[in-house]
Design a protein. Structure first.
Length: 174
């Protein structure tokens, strides 16, 4: 492939002269690149808007929204990490930060007496509800408002087909 045809196709020539092993087809590459760009664009703006308007970013928002939907409004650190797809140290740091600013609290787990449950404080719930206004506005502005109802339905079907449970499951698919 000449460098001019490589530039026109959007694929840069390799610097080492070695061919790319098992390259994506144009359709695969476009789908993957599109998903990454949409995700990065929406999350970057969402994080910036949540920080500016509410004092916490998208990761903290994810923890708060997971807790509000949990049975009884509480989860163990391990359950929270699983549902947020975070490492044990990552979820502990996030819970530490949210505890310091009064949005979540830890309390003993009556089921085993050893682990701790994490739950929203009343202030955490109020701030989450305020942040949901910004969250929904950003996601609609950058993604959803550009799609019709048929597009949204089809996109949900495609995500579910690509990764069963990604739409239909209330928790992260494993």
């Amino acid at each position: 492939m000449s460098s001019s045809s490589a530039s026109q196709s959007g694929v840069a020539p390799t610097l080492d002269g070695l061919p790319e092993p098992n390259p994506f087809t144009p359709g695969e590459f476009g789908t993957w690149r599109g998903m990454l760009r949409v995700h990065a664009t929406v999350f970057r703006e969402l994080d910036a808007r949540l920080l500016a308007d509410h004092g916490f970013g998208v990761d903290a928002y994810g923890v708060l929204i997971t807790l509000v939907g949990a049975p009884g409004g509480t989860l163990t650190i391990g359950e929270l990490g699983e549902q947020r797809n975070l490492s044990p140290s990552g979820v502990s740091r996030s819970v530490d930060r949210l505890t310091k600013i009064g949005l979540v609290e830890r309390r003993p787990n009556p089921a085993d007496g050893r682990s701790l449950l994490v739950g929203l404080t009343p202030e955490g719930l109020a701030r989450l509800r305020a942040a949901q206004v910004s969250h929904h506005a950003v996601v609609r502005e950058l993604l959803l408002d550009r799609l019709g109802q048929r597009d949204l339905k089809r996109m949900g079907e495609l995500w579910e087909k690509a990764m069963p449970g990604s739409v239909s499951s209330p928790v992260w698919p494993l």
